[in-house]
Design a protein around this ligand. Structure first.
Ligand code: COA
Length: 254
């Protein structure tokens, strides 16, 4: 199984564990994560959720082979179930990020409550470079956090950024030495064992309430365009280029 889940000391952990493919996320992995996040809401033994990858990779984002062979067709596709489950998670979600966090690896962090990144973390939202468009409400949240000009560097140019940049712009709480990130994130998650659980849940809901509708609507609008673009010649060129280990050639498109 490429997603390992466990509940230990009040913390439900979701560990992405497919290092041979740089933790690329398949439909089965999204489904597993979605089911876990939904189950957490009604599990009284769980006070917080911890999402983590491996010591040298958080996730390289959506599995590009899956994008080509079985793109998400409708709202019930596992990736959209995962997005809804993360946005709808009533308990605090803490992320521990080591290594690369690409595509949804970065955009999922926008929906976590507390994010700890390693000093070697490398984040990127290279959607345009793949012939795609931003997803998971990143087209709404990133410009809000950074302003349009800085957001354009990350969403139009697809420039990668460091853990320190992520902390500076408010995507992450703190940058830590790589070896300490997972333990630190777990310690923070376990702090919720000592806090009043329904006060935490209500507070999280209040913090998200103002943007909840807009976030859901944006995810939907982005998904329609993203879905169409997955079948576009530009995206096909980008996907083929990735597997042929070459730069894509967009010169023939207008
Ligand atoms: N989907 C499918 N396979 C992926 C993948 C992805 N998102 N990311 C990595 N892999 C596979 C590679 O094809 C390679 O497979 P192989 O060993 O069978 O050739 C293996 O994982 C190792 O990847 P590689 O690129 O050789 O590792 P690296 O250390 O040089 O680079 C990354 C790591 C994460 C920087 C690089 O793999 C990458 O850029 N991946 C794609 C990121 C991306 O564009 N994601 C989609 C965002 S929407």
């Amino acid at each position: 199984m490429s997603i390992k889940t466990a509940i230990v000391n009040g913390v439900a952990s979701i560990e992405i564990a497919r290092p041979e493919k740089k933790n690329a996320l398949t439909r089965a992995m999204y489904q597993e994560m979605a089911d876990t996040l939904v189950a957490v809401n009604s599990d009284k033994t769980v006070r917080a959720v911890l999402i983590q990858g491996q010591p040298n990779i958080f996730t390289s984002g959506n599995d590009i082979e899956d994008f080509m062979s079985s793109p998400p067709r409708d709202e019930e596709a596992p990736v959209f179930q995962f997005m809804r489950a993360l946005v709808g998670c009533e308990k605090p979600v803490i992320a521990a990020v080591n290594g690369a966090a690409i595509g949804i690896g970065t955009t999922l962090l926008l929906h976590c409550d507390l994010v700890y990144v390693a000093d070697d973390a490398r984040l990127a939202m290279p959607f345009v470079g793949l012939g795609l468009v931003p997803e998971f409400a990143s087209s709404l949240i990133v410009p809000r956090l950074l302003g349009h000009a800085k957001a354009a560097e990350k969403l139009l140019l697809g420039d990668p950024f460091t853990g320190a940049d992520a902390a500076e712009c408010g995507i992450a709480n703190a940058v830590l030495p790589a070896a300490e990130v997972a333990n630190h994130a777990r310690r923070v998650a376990e702090r919720f064992n000592t806090l009043a659980p329904s006060a935490v849940r209500e507070s999280k809901r209040l913090m998200r309430r103002h943007s909840a509708e807009q976030v859901q609507e944006t995810i939907k609008v982005e998904a329609e365009i993203f879905g169409a673009r997955l079948r576009s010649p530009e995206a096909m060129e980008a996907f083929q280029a990735f597997f042929q280990k070459r730069a894509p050639d967009f010169s023939k498109f207008d």
